[in-house]
Design a binder for this molecule. Structure first.
Ligand code: MG
Length: 306
């Protein structure tokens, strides 16, 4: 569900109330002066001049009245986005695997034009919290046939090499996002997205500082926001494609290791890592993990205790 809040002056507010008068409903909540419900949107006006639009049509209804202050779905932080952002043609990017001891970092970028939005929703892109790994794997192939995308996989060997040269995870992510976005822009050429949205992991200034030595730096029309997968389907799909690439790599590594590799970086991960040291040796473990994680030492302690 999408939420939009606008703030109106004393002069503008009565216009909104008149517009929705025939759909008026009663709502006895503190500060509420007016409430209405239309087919896909609830409208609530407050004494403060704030009007809240909730539901599938929230962007559209809020846009009628101009001055949208901010898209605010469930606590997203970041740039103020244009009104009805969710319905624009957007190139989005997201990554996976940075919190997982085993397996690569994967980054995906994906362009969805405004006229593809309904179709990709039809193909099963919905609120990310409802998406299981199996479901994402199920819909990924169909999505790939529809959208323009790029998926980059940074395997653990390369990851460990650049990490040991002093690259932070932030820098690694920034460079991969920038590359994935560039690859999609190249494929789209000469078409351009209306906007670019990056699922935010660093402040804008920090992000571009990471990129300062890159030959091509994508800056035009770029927005940053956390929880960006809820702001545009392009990021939701990028998130799915990155996750699916990560899962594929984990399957391959599990086969190589002879054990199902767990995700994350918890105690289960330490135990499996310990087993792998005993069966296949330390160098093998290092080749399939992010060595700088604390799990490495924990697994070594488990493997060599007593
Ligand atoms: Mg993200």
């Amino acid at each position: 569900m999408s939420n939009q809040v606008i703030v109106l002056s004393e002069k503008e507010l009565p216009k909104v109330l008149r517009f929705y008068e025939t759909n008026k409903v009663t709502r006895n909540a503190p500060g509420v002066i007016f409430a209405a419900k239309i087919a896909d949107t609830s409208i609530t006006a407050y004494r403060s001049g704030k009007v809240l639009f909730q539901g599938a049509g929230a962007d559209r209804e809020a846009a009628r009245w101009g001055t949208v202050t901010k898209v605010t779905p469930s606590g997203a932080k970041g740039d103020t986005l244009p009104a009805n952002f969710a319905s624009l043609s957007v190139l989005g990017s997201d990554e996976t695997g940075t919190g997982d001891f085993f397996g690569p970092v994967t980054v995906a970028a994906c362009f969805v034009s405004s006229d593809q939005i309904e179709l990709v929703k039809e193909l099963g892109v919905k609120d990310s919290k409802q998406l299981t790994d199996a479901y994402m794997q199920h819909i990924a192939e169909d999505l790939k046939r529809v959208v323009t995308y790029s998926v980059l996989t940074l395997d653990t060997i390369k990851y460990n090499e650049i990490q040991s040269r002093g690259w932070s995870q932030g820098k690694i992510k920034a460079i991969l996002h920038n590359q994935a976005l560039q690859q999609v822009l190249d494929q789209m050429h000469p078409v351009l997205p209306e906007h670019i949205l990056i699922d935010q992991f660093a402040e804008r200034r920090v992000y571009y500082n990471y990129l300062k030595d890159e030959s091509s730096i994508i800056q035009d029309k770029v927005f940053f926001s956390t929880k960006a997968e809820n702001l545009h389907v392009s990021v939701a799909i990028a998130s799915i494609l990155a996750r699916v690439a990560f899962l594929e790599a984990m399957d391959q590594l599990s086969t190589k290791a002879g054990v199902t590799l767990p995700k994350g970086a918890g105690p289960k991960v330490d135990q499996i890592a310990c087993q792998i040291i005993r069966k296949k040796g330390e160098p093998f473990l290092h080749s399939i993990t992010k060595v700088h994680f604390a799990n490495t030492q924990k697994a070594l302690n488990l493997a060599y205790k007593k």
